[in-house]
Design a protein around this ligand. Structure first.
Ligand code: ZN
Length: 317
């Protein structure tokens, strides 16, 4: 099913989705678990941006990790911006998360495709690049946003997050992210992720027990593709480790752009630039980077905005 970019916001909310983020505790609270099944979320992003196969995998992994981190946000004004700036073939890859696991994001070069790697997998690190840094900006409605950064060493995204949590937040983490793309159509068949974070008092034996499950954990997306539900698959791959589920949330790809915000951006360009657009083009089409939604403005509408810009500048003068 194709959906046009014009109605992406509405469509996403109506699209039937089995996406879920599960939060829970292992070993009586010694380890925090967050897991996601996000096929609809990633497929919506793919259709919105016309992502290539490899960019679907790269942005999909980033969006799911951002969704897993965003369900921890406590206020509606809190947000989280994650930027992979690794000088890969895709350019910058950016995701923003809001409360409740609502995420949006983009790849600078969304249509770039790369040959499969020798092991037959999509070359995500080729798109992300390994010559640069990962930045995470947490805007938690405080005076200043908190910015953390670390070098990108792997480029496959999951390990880069694990490394970031250790380097920047002193939080050891096991992160797995997987997106399975139909080789013929590019459609997302399954997408999932898991993040395990031991608390400081967690005994070593529990960490060893988790590490012994890593090869099982890496089967998560395949098991979901085969029809497994996230909760059942988690029980399966964690073997005899009990999960106490504390919260489930439905994440989604959802952009908060609006005509009002785009108008405000046009007004803030100032009257000189606005007059220039009116004279030269007589109209304007602005595209939201995060969802590819298009906003068209006629000469009359631009002239109205120009009048507003003049009023504002007069007030400021
Ligand atoms: Zn948008």
């Amino acid at each position: 099913m194709m959906i046009s970019s014009e109605n992406i916001n509405e469509t996403n909310e109506n699209m039937s989705s089995e996406d879920v983020v599960i939060r829970g505790l292992l070993f009586n609270g010694a380890v925090n678990l967050t897991a996601i099944s996000g096929r609809t979320l990633v497929e919506t992003a793919r259709q919105a941006h016309g992502l290539s196969h490899v960019c679907t995998a790269a942005l999909g992994r980033l969006l799911m990790q951002t969704a897993m981190m965003s369900v921890q946000l406590k206020n509606s004004t809190d947000n989280l911006t994650v930027i992979f700036d690794g000088n890969g073939a895709g350019g910058k890859i950016v995701a923003v998360g809001h409360e409740g696991g609502r995420v949006k994001g983009y790849v600078d070069n969304p249509s770039v495709e790369l040959p499969l790697k020798a092991n037959g997998k999509l070359d995500v690190s080729g798109v992300v690049g390994t010559d640069g840094e990962l930045r995470i900006i947490r805007d938690l409605s405080l005076k200043e946003p908190y910015v953390g950064r670390c070098a990108i060493t792997d480029g496959e995204i999951a390990n880069d997050f694990a490394n970031y949590f250790v380097v920047s937040e002193q939080q050891p983490s096991l992160v797995y992210l997987g997106v399975r793309v139909d080789p013929a159509t590019g459609e997302v068949r399954a997408a999932s992720g898991i993040m395990l974070q031991p608390l400081p008092f967690c005994p070593d034996e529990h960490i060893t027990a988790l590490e012994s499950r890593t090869s099982e954990i890496s089967k998560l997306t395949r098991l979901i593709e085969e029809g497994g539900k996230l909760e059942a698959v988690l029980l399966d791959i964690l073997g005899d480790i009990d999960i106490e589920i504390t919260e489930t949330t439905q994440p989604m790809f959802s952009c908060d752009c609006s005509r009002e915000k785009i108008e405000a951006a046009l007004i803030s360009m100032g009257r000189a630039e606005l007059s220039d657009i009116i004279e030269k083009d007589g109209k304007a089409e602005l595209v939201c980077r995060f969802c590819d939604r298009k906003y068209n403005f006629t000469r009359e509408e631009l002239t109205e905005l120009l009048n507003e810009a003049e009023t504002k500048e007069d007030v400021n003068d």
